[in-house]
Design a protein around this ligand. Structure first.
Ligand SMILES: Nc1ncnc2c1ncn2[C@@H]1O[C@H](COP(=O)(O)OP(=O)(O)O)[C@@H](O)[C@H]1O
Ligand SMILES: [Mg+2]
Ligand SMILES: [Zn+2]
Length: 509
């Protein structure tokens, strides 16, 4: 019997882990042997053998499919999914045939790729997560398809090889992998798509100010306005206003996209903050993740970025409720079989809606056809608990057409971001977190509000009927307004401005 061992990897949730692949081959005494794959393989892993056999033959390698073959994937108690084991199984099978003249596979190397029938390596999901696991386990080298070389190379300390075909790899292994060409570190390409600029938005000074405050303090934001008033346009400009991703944050973002199969081939690192805008008929699995092989949902794909919910009242209420905990905690857990998977979900929520069912309440030229009751019911469709998590609600009225065509350019994203970053710096130095993330005690401690500012808010609570929750949200926003102005004390003007961003707390006008 010939026995060969080598390393592969797979993902569970957004985390990678290493899998030992053991291949044993023995000649049956009579007739045809059996091929067995053990260690909780899913269908794609079991089908691996059907891809690997032709791939071996088309690469000119010797293999006897009629032998007794056992492919054991360890640890045995974790489910293995996907086609990424093809490469390790192929090298394992080839190595058990002495005629192929292959040395024992290097023990410090992870093999991770799908194989085409002609022996070409194909990219697979989750390579970054596996590369992190390989590095953490002290492994030194990784063999992947060229399309995955970028993300594998992002992990410092791993040498990455990206053969085009199984034939290339076999040649390299015979010579010793150490002398094979390394996937060039230049192969690490960054995806930093052009983010639209704030200067494109004409007028809308009030909404732009709210956007700036949201960016600075990390506050969730809801925009109310008629169709075409620029709500989507504004929301898309938020990622560019936020501080740049740190390397660790970029790795987090890339890992989630890679696991979901959403990392474009050849891309090493996603460097811009995600902007996700799921359609309103999204399911709760689509929104927060899950499924039989649990995948991240939109809230995890938006990790470190923006989750944009357009036409908020059209979303299923129960689906929206499931967002509350992930938004609050910055992560979520999904139970699966005996275990629990943890997905990241630290993102900002931006929502948009019409002011009324017809969309034209408050429009300068068009008439709203809804009565107060219908407007009330429409607004009531928004989940209360979710609304409670939104610090800023602002109106985004339709702009006059002449302003759209020849209004002056506004502040650019680059200029606005300087102010956002400075304000965020102040928050981090003072309290170690953005203002939106302060709890009630932290808020009391770091507020530094003038007496007349608090008196104004108390008055407003009495007159306008703000809830206790709204009270804290107004103070947080006021704190951010002072930080944008580099002031330590929160003034009456700050509180007064913050009260203006609570349009849904006021009766329908
Ligand atoms: N303030 C504005 N400045 C410049 N263009 C605008 C503005 N508001 C709307 N537009 C134009 O109108 C289009 C529709 O805006 P959009 O953001 O989709 O509106 P909404 O999401 O509120 O329905 C935009 O793509 C843009 O071309
Ligand atoms: Mg829109
Ligand atoms: Zn209306």
């Amino acid at each position: 019997m010939e026995l060969v061992q080598l390393s592969a990897g797979t993902v569970e949730g957004v985390d990678g882990y290493l899998v030992q692949v053991e291949v044993s081959r023995s000649e049956p005494s009579t007739g045809t042997g059996r091929t067995t794959v053990v260690g909780l393989p899913d269908a794609a892993v079991r089908e691996s053998i059907d891809r690997v056999t032709p791939a071996l033959f088309s690469s000119g390698l010797r293999h006897r499919p009629a032998d007794h073959l056992v492919i054991n994937l360890a640890p045995a108690d974790r489910r293995k999914e996907g086609p990424a084991f093809d490469l390790a199984i192929a090298i394992g099978l080839a190595s058990t045939m002495p005629e192929n003249k292959l040395p024992p596979p290097p023990v410090d190397t992870v093999f991770l790729a799908e194989l085409a029938l002609d022996g070409t390596l194909r990219p697979c999901r989750g390579v970054l997560a596996c590369a992190i696991a390989a590095r953490d386990a002290g492994l030194k080298r990784m063999v992947v398809a060229a399309g995955n070389a970028g993300e594998a190379s992002v992990v410092a300390g791993l040498t990455v090889y990206a053969p085009t075909t199984l034939t290339d790899l076999v040649g390299w292994l015979r010579e010793g992998l150490a002398s094979a060409p390394v996937a060039a570190p230049e192969a690490v390409t960054y995806l930093a798509p052009e983010i639209p600029d704030l200067a494109d938005v004409r007028g809308q000074e009030f909404a732009k100010r709210a956007l700036l405050i949201a960016a600075a303090g990390g506050h969730n934001l809801l925009m109310l306005g008629p169709p075409g008033s620029g709500k989507t346009m504004l929301a898309r400009r938020l990622p560019g206003l936020l501080p740049e991703l740190t390397l660790d944050e970029a790795l987090d973002v890339t890992r989630v996209h890679s696991v979901s199969g959403l990392l474009p081939a050849g891309i090493g690192l996603l460097r811009t903050r995600p902007f996700r805008s799921p359609h309103h008929n999204v399911s709760s699995v689509g929104l927060i993740g899950g499924g039989s092989v649990p995948r991240p949902g939109e809230v995890s794909l938006a990790h470190h970025g923006i989750l944009f919910l357009d036409e908020l009242p059209e979303f299923n209420r129960a689906t929206l409720e499931t967002l509350r905990q992930p938004l609050e905690d910055g992560h979520l857990t999904i139970s699966r079989g005996g275990g629990r998977l943890k997905f990241p979900s630290r993102c900002m929520l931006v929502a948009a809606m019409n002011p009324c069912p017809c969309g034209y309440l408050g429009h300068p030229t068009r008439r709203c056809t809804d009565n107060a009751d219908a407007i009330h019911r429409y607004r009531g469709r928004i989940s209360g608990p979710l609304l409670d998590r939104i610090d800023l609600h602002v109106e985004v009225p339709a702009q006059k057409p002449e302003l759209l065509s020849k209004g002056p350019d506004g502040e650019t994203t680059a200029d606005a971001r300087v102010r956002v970053v400075a304000a965020r710096e102040r928050m981090l130095q003072r309290q170690g977190r953005a203002n939106a993330a302060l709890d009630t005690r932290g808020l009391r401690k770091h507020l530094h509000a003038a007496a007349d500012a608090i008196a104004l808010l108390d008055q407003a609570v009495n007159d306008l009927g703000f809830s206790a929750r709204a009270y804290d949200r107004i103070l947080k926003v006021a704190r951010t307004i002072a930080d944008l102005d580099a002031r330590e004390d929160v003034s009456l003007d700050d509180v007064s401005e913050a009260i203006g961003y609570r349009v849904l707390d006021r009766p329908v006008g």
